[in-house]
Ligand binder design. Structure first.
Ligand code: TZP
Ligand code: MG
Length: 201
């Protein structure tokens, strides 16, 4: 499971075609993708599913891991490799019961969330927001790269992906802190040159 360059996106993050953006990112070497159609301006219902299919197919063609965010109902029709859940979403116990063979990612932002979570069921942890971000409307307080070190000490065998405000300028700090990968939305979706950004990440 290669989570090194983990791109997250929904149509609400794109100022032009999401398909074109993902195609370019996949060609440039992202290793994982999460379909996160969520927040102001996002698609719902059939439109969301249809976009999901198109993005899923791009990932399949480029051998990029495909995850769905929260939206457990999309996991089966889109044949997702995995599901990423946050603290307010379906519990990992339930996800595991429904999809014993899919990868489970879980967000943890602080120690209290760790203590309230079945970490042993998570195939990887999303740690953040590492830096301040305006992409997620309800993002929690930035926790810094220390949070990655803290998690890695407690769970040395669990892959950790840093998220939140990560750019090509600060990604190295996240990796130096012990992360197995960086998850980004705006650094790629909003890039003038996607290929350059991904190479630098
Ligand atoms: N979860 C924590 S921060 C965040 C999510 C989904 C948003 C990350 O977006 P960006 O643009 O990479 O800061
Ligand atoms: Mg969530």
């Amino acid at each position: 499971m290669n989570l090194r360059k983990y791109f997250i996106m929904g149509s609400q993050n794109c100022d032009h075609s999401p398909e074109d953006i993902l195609e370019e990112a996949a060609k440039a070497g992202i290793t994982a993708f999460q379909f996160r159609e969520k927040g102001g301006g996002s698609l719902t219902g059939q439109d969301k599913l249809a976009l999901g299919y198109r993005l899923r197919n791009i990932c399949a063609r480029h051998h990029v891991l495909f995850f769905v965010n929260d939206d457990i109902d999309l996991a089966e029709p889109l044949e997702a490799d995995g599901i990423h859940v946050g603290q307010d979403d379906m519990r990992p116990e339930k996800v595991k019961e429904m999809y014993p063979n899919k990868i489970i990612g879980l967000s943890v932002s602080n120690q209290k969330e760790v203590e309230n979570s079945p970490i042993q069921l998570a195939d990887y942890l999303g740690a953040g927001p590492i830096f301040t971000t305006s992409t997620k409307e309800d993002a929690k307080q930035a926790v810094g790269t220390e949070w990655i070190k803290t998690l890695k000490q407690q769970y040395p065998g669990t892959p950790i992906v840093g998220i939140g405000g990560i750019t090509e300028q600060n990604a190295a700090f996240v990796m130096e802190a012990g992360a197995d990968g960086v998850a980004v939305i705006s650094a790629i979706a909003g890039a003038d040159n996607i290929e350059t950004v991904i190479r630098r990440l």
